[in-house]
Ligand binder design. Structure first.
Ligand code: AMP
Ligand code: MG
Length: 472
């Protein structure tokens, strides 16, 4: 087996991590493997027995420097002074055949110094959810961590529901540096390491920027784009804590997340989010809140703190504008407009209002716009919708190929929550056919396929999933 490790995080001071090996498992069994991603990473082996041992953490491949990263974070707005990889271990980094440096991390590999009261393990449900949703996100063209492999461990994991099958996910990310990574050094007033982290992050992710404020600006930009992208596909992350907000601008930590079915600006699935902090339409506000925490951490290393704070406030404030620009551009494309004119956005807003009143399916309504009978998605207010269609069609007469644009922006298929729940139930019983089928179907989300109608339709009333539980 050969993995071309080229590790840089492990060369940072020991305050950044704990060196720790995965805890071996009894009988690992590979159930999903992303061969295409493996080949980009330069992983050569395809022997199942080797893959079982590798992706369970039972063997440490040569060149790996296993470690658990330290970080802190605001969870639901509350400060937690120390978090860290409590159930994940970074094996190391590789520079792929595309020249991109990526982390290879195992999730569910046993206790580390940061496990607190947790067992360091994961059960099959959240692991399959992350595999499906992160790969779907990638196929949709939205920045995200990716899923390389899933193994079951043949060891039970004990949760409230009782014993559940244990599993390990291999996650690939352009890095696992989060806002919380900066927060831990700032909170400890460890300026030396805060500076080291800033330099390291700039050289790894934004080599063209200078200084802490340059980094802040770059992160605001990437994250504004990311959240606008989420909104454009109806994605609700569910746990936008500062430790789940990457510096790279990739989506990370697929816990109680979901793509919404019926359009509802207040949609929320997380069972632990009592007050709707991370509801769909609150995501851009939370982003600004999170970036303000990053700014607070970053400016601590600057000499003229007051002046730096003033500049940082302006940078963070500007994120709202950046977000709105991205949002408008994406939603205009969703209705077929590539050359925006003054007030076009009114068409988007009035459509969303109608969709909310009518509880229209978010994905299918937008997709239907590029086909003959979009009004099929509207049950109640069809007259108002027909008037909207007339206005919109008149506007589209000035656009070139709006249908092609709409079909490349409005997915035909998303990983619906009820399908994920169903495939998890089947997988617990050892049947992976639904998992494999959905994974395959999501690889080309903008293509129209006739044999996927059951995966495209919204849940029947008895299939609706009202709450998604945390990923632990
Ligand atoms: P998350 O909700 O996945 O972002 O996790 C929040 C924090 O809790 C992270 O520091 C995790 O490493 C830790 N954590 C979550 N589940 C477990 C577990 N089963 N064992 C140990 N630590 C965990
Ligand atoms: Mg997390």
């Amino acid at each position: 087996m050969h993995i071309p490790f080229n590790n840089s995080y492990a060369r940072l001071p020991s305050a950044f991590y704990q060196r720790v090996n995965p805890t071996p498992v009894k009988t690992p069994h590979l159930i999903a493997y992303n061969y295409h991603l493996a080949s980009i990473l330069g992983i050569k082996t395809s022997e199942t027995s080797e893959l079982n041992e590798l992706f369970s953490g039972n063997i440490i491949p040569s060149g790996a420097t296993p470690l658990a990263q330290i970080y802190a974070g605001h969870q639901f707005g509350h400060w937690t002074p120390q978090l860290g990889d409590g159930r994940a271990i970074l094996l190391g980094e590789v520079v792929g055949t595309d020249g991109v440096r990526r982390d290879i991390q195992l999730k569910g590999t046993g206790r580390t110094a940061f496990s607190r009261t947790g067992d360091g393990r994961a059960w099959l449900g959240p692991i399959l959810r992350e595999f499906i949703v992160s790969e779907a996100m990638h196929a949709l063209g939205i920045p995200t961590t990716r899923a390389l492999a899933v193994v079951t461990t043949s060891e039970p994991v004990f949760r409230e529901e009782g014993p559940l099958p244990g599993a390990i996910l291999t996650r690939v990310a352009s890095s696992h540096i989060r806002i919380g990574t900066f927060q831990i050094f700032a909170a400890r007033n460890d300026i030396r390491n805060l500076k080291k982290l800033t330099e390291y992050t700039i050289s790894r992710h934004y080599p063209d920027v200078t200084g802490p404020l340059g980094l802040l600006k770059a992160v605001c930009n990437s994250q504004a784009k990311l959240i606008a992208n989420w909104m454009s596909v109806g994605f609700i992350h569910g746990v936008m804590n500062t430790d789940n907000c990457t510096i790279s601008g990739e989506t990370i930590d697929y816990g109680p997340c979901a793509f919404m079915d019926a359009y509802d600006p207040n949609a929320l699935y997380s069972s632990i989010d009592q007050f709707g902090r991370y509801a769909y339409s609150n995501q851009p506000n939370i982003l600004t809140w999170n970036l303000a925490q990053l700014a607070t951490a970053l400016i601590l290393q600057m000499k003229k703190k007051e002046k730096a704070a003033e500049e940082a406030i302006e940078i963070v404030k500007h994120t709202t504008e950046l977000y709105q620009l991205n949002w408008k551009q994406l939603f205009l494309k969703k209705i077929g407009i590539s050359t925006p004119k003054y007030n076009d956005i009114e068409l988007v807003n009035s459509l969303l209002k109608l969709m909310a009143e009518n509880q229209s399916d978010f994905t299918n309504t937008f997709r239907a716009l590029s086909y003959d009978k979009p009004n099929k998605q509207f049950k109640k207010k069809s007259e108002a919708f027909n008037r909207w269609i007339e206005k919109w069609k008149a506007r589209l007469s000035n656009e070139k190929n709006p249908n092609t644009l709409m079909r490349s922006t409005n997915p035909a298929i998303i990983p619906r929550n009820h399908r994920i729940e169903q495939l998890i139930s089947a997988a617990i019983d050892g049947d992976y056919s639904q998992f494999n089928r959905l994974h395959e179907a999501l690889k080309m989300p903008y293509e129209e396929k006739t044999d996927l109608t059951d995966l495209q339709r919204p849940p029947k009333p008895e299939e609706v999933v009202h709450a998604t539980f945390c990923g632990t």
